[in-house]
Design a protein around this ligand. Structure first.
Ligand SMILES: C[S@@+](CC[C@H](N)C(=O)[O-])C[C@H]1O[C@@H](n2cnc3c(N)ncnc32)[C@H](O)[C@@H]1O
Length: 77
């Protein structure tokens, strides 16, 4: 299991590839996913982004994991 970089009695913070981290999180256990992912831009950014044609395929595994880990009353922003 990945180790948190910070934790309190209220929760834990992890630093890493979001997909790998989410795959270690139990199903229906998260109340809020707040994300600012790379966008489907027509130009390449410094941190890397899929081109517009491949964006949905690139993002789909993240979407599946977000849906799996969010509790039924959870929210995605
Ligand atoms: C649109 S920017 C968001 C920037 C952020 N809102 C900020 O103020 O620093 C997208 C960010 O996602 C990061 N990123 C890209 N792929 C990632 C991944 N698989 N896991 C975690 N972060 C990722 C990039 O490094 C980049 O910093």
């Amino acid at each position: 299991m990945i180790k948190p970089v910070y934790s309190t009695s209220l929760g834990k913070a992890f630093c890493g590839d979001a997909l790998s981290v989410m795959r270690e999180i139990p199903t229906d256990s998260i109340d809020l996913v707040l994300t600012s992912p790379p966008y489907a831009l027509h130009f390449k950014t410094e941190y890397g982004n899929a081109d517009q044609q491949n964006y949905v395929n690139w993002f789909s595994p993240f979407g599946s994991e977000i849906l799996r880990i969010l509790s039924p009353r959870g929210a995605l922003f």
